[in-house]
Design a protein around this ligand. Structure first.
Ligand SMILES: Cc1cc2nc3c(=O)[nH]c(=O)nc-3n(C[C@H](O)[C@H](O)[C@H](O)COP(=O)(O)OP(=O)(O)OC[C@H]3O[C@@H](n4cnc5c(N)ncnc54)[C@H](O)[C@@H]3O)c2cc1C
Length: 256
């Protein structure tokens, strides 16, 4: 065959459909699990959808991506949500994002956080650090970093946060002293809210449904329970744990 796609998660499934839409028929997807979707899979538990890779929802900016996904799970099958997330901290509950909702703390805590933001490296002109932990402290101030952002990230990614690097962090909004003060005085969240303020989730299924439907259209072009064991890029062959061998002009791996 011409193309062998390894992994039937969102990337592999999308690649397969791009080929199909270009009229390419000579390809196969090899998926290790019994069903497609990868980290975006869902299970039904007690009649409710549970996303097995952590909570997932659809929030994409590019209309073409939405259009593509809606061609499998129609737009009318998705529910639109306005995000309402809360953070529980030190016995208080405040809105998300933390830095925009300091006004919801009692006055003493507000003052402490405002002072900490005033002394944050990014507000005092300190050079931007390279490692994650120092960067977070530099950007958000010591108190938000130590009470919230660092413990939160340790919970997500484990203890050695510095391996995360900092090159992707520019998406974090700035914490401005002026805006924090204004927000505390006027009792309103400040600034542009971060991403995912609105999102879509399937009405009747888990997030995994869209990927299941994509896989269904692929029919015999996708094989399940085929964990890839070895890839030989010279001979362009792939061996699976089951001892099967596959060969293609091009091998596209989406395996993490
Ligand atoms: C906590 C968390 C929350 C997220 N929230 C969202 C969200 O809300 N919305 C969103 O759109 N995205 C979200 N994402 C991102 C999303 O999960 C990934 O972008 C997406 O799953 C990546 O797709 P992929 O196909 O590259 O990889 P994967 O989803 O990892 O798929 C890889 C596929 O390869 C298969 N595979 C692995 N090893 C082998 C092997 N040896 N042989 C054959 N097959 C193999 C796997 O079984 C899997 O099906 C989130 C991710 C995480 C971790």
């Amino acid at each position: 065959m011409r193309y062998l796609i390894l992994g039937g998660g969102p990337a592999g499934l999308t690649m397969a459909h791009q080929l199909l839409r270009r009229g390419e028929d000579s390809f196969l997807v090899l998926e290790a699990e019994e069903e497609a979707g990868g980290l975006c899979r869902s299970k039904q538990v007690d009649g409710y959808p549970l996303d097995i890779g952590g909570g997932h929802f659809l929030d994409v900016k590019r209309p073409k991506v939405k259009e593509f996904l809606f061609s499998f799970l129609g737009e009318e099958e998705w529910e639109y949500f306005e995000r309402d997330s809360r953070i529980e901290i030190e016995g208080y509950t405040i809105g998300h994002p933390f830095e925009a909702n300091i006004w919801q703390f009692p006055i003493t805590e507000q003052i402490a956080y405002i002072k900490s933001i005033a002394y944050a490296g990014c507000n005092t002109g300190e050079a931007m650090p390279d490692d994650f932990v120092s960067w977070i402290t530099w950007k958000l101030g010591k108190l938000i970093a130590e009470n919230y952002m660092l413990p939160y990230n340790r919970k997500m990614y484990g203890n050695n946060l510095n391996i995360l690097g900092t090159e992707w962090l520019d998406k974090l909004p700035n914490v401005s002293l002026d805006e924090t003060l204004r927000s505390c005085l006027t009792h309103h969240a400040y600034g542009t809210q971060p991403g995912h303020a609105q999102f879509l989730y399937p009405k009747h299924y888990g997030y995994g449904e869209v990927w299941l439907r994509m896989a269904e259209v692929l029919g015999e072009h996708i094989l399940y329970s085929q964990p890839v064991k070895k890839i030989n890029f010279k001979t362009k062959t792939v061996e699976t744990e089951n001892g099967d061998n596959y060969c293609a002009d091009r091998i596209i791996s989406t395996i993490p």
